[in-house]
Design a protein around this ligand. Structure first.
Ligand code: HPA
Length: 291
């Protein structure tokens, strides 16, 4: 169960931190009118390096914000312009496997939603389950299976963040997905598309689990994202998602997936993702509703 007062406090502090920075007041306005919230997953933090005039706010400066315990995650917000597009980047995230509650896992999404951002791009590292996909490729998320057994929406309902039973019939926005496909074509980038299945982890999957998840209809598996997308949809945010495929899991010839290899291949795929975001940025800017 989310504590709305804690989220509101962090959103107010983040707004103040942005306003204090040079260029911050106009950046905050741009974020609220046409900005994109972006969560960077494992090995993908480098995307934030392309942000112009970045304003960095470590999670530690926001009392109540859960701190990431994962070394490959930086743990801060980075705000600025990514190829002209106003962005608020959550660099690093919290996972169920760290022992965080579902509400803590989605804390960053709640903060960005309350700050007024209306579109969320989620990214993650994931294992490919579809035998036609390769490690190092990027997958556009068409849908998700929440296999964690948890939801950020369980508990008493105070209605602060949105409806009790949010619709998930089109969790990943159709128009934004079409825009991403067009951008990939324009940039000459291979973009796979499929269903992401979210597990709790932190152990990787057995061959039997891999076979079962494939039978369930999943194309990729990872340990994040699904709860964040539920929270974002409850708040009415439009969602676009990309998985950087860091390894390939085939049940009949399972290979080991050591963390170093996952991180380095995810970072390779992250370069493709960065180029895709660069191509997509002007389209997103054009598309953003004037509010
Ligand atoms: N399984 C679960 N999570 C992952 C994987 C995987 O194979 N690769 C990267 N994150």
């Amino acid at each position: 169960m989310q504590n709305p007062a804690k989220v509101q406090n962090c959103a107010a502090l983040l707004a103040q931190a942005l306003e204090r920075a040079p260029g911050g007041p106009s950046l905050l306005g741009a974020l609220q009118s046409r900005g994109i919230a972006l969560i960077l997953g494992t090995g993908l933090g480098g995307v934030a390096d392309a942000v112009c005039e970045p304003v960095k706010v470590p999670f530690g400066e926001l009392p109540g914000f859960p701190l990431s315990t994962v070394q490959s995650h930086a743990g801060r917000f980075v705000a600025g312009y990514l190829h002209g597009l106003p962005v608020l980047i959550q660099q690093g995230r919290n996972h169920l496997y760290e022992g965080y509650s579902p509400a803590m896992v989605v804390f960053g999404v709640r903060v960005m939603g309350l700050l007024g951002l209306r579109t969320l791009i989620v990214t993650n590292a994931a294992g490919a389950l579809n035998p036609l996909f390769e490690a190092g490729e990027v997958m556009l998320m068409s849908d998700q299976i929440n296999w964690t057994g948890a939801s950020p929406l369980t508990g008493p309902d105070d209605g602060v963040f949105g409806p009790r039973f949010p619709d998930m019939s089109a969790a990943y926005d159709r128009e934004l997905r079409a825009m991403a496909r067009r951008a990939a074509l324009r940039a000459g980038l291979r973009l796979q598309e499929g269903v992401y299945l979210g597990v709790t982890g932190p152990q990787l999957e057995t061959p039997a689990e891999t076979r079962a998840f494939r039978l369930l209809g999943a194309d990729a598996v990872g340990m994040s994202t699904v709860l964040e997308v539920i929270a974002a949809r409850q708040m009415g945010m439009r969602v676009l998602g990309f998985s950087c495929l860091s390894n390939k899991n085939l049940p009949d010839c399972m290979a080991e997936a050591p963390l170093d290899a996952i991180l380095s291949v995810a970072a390779e795929a992250g370069k493709t993702l960065a180029r895709l975001l660069e191509t997509l940025a002007p389209d997103l800017l054009r598309e953003a509703p004037a509010r």
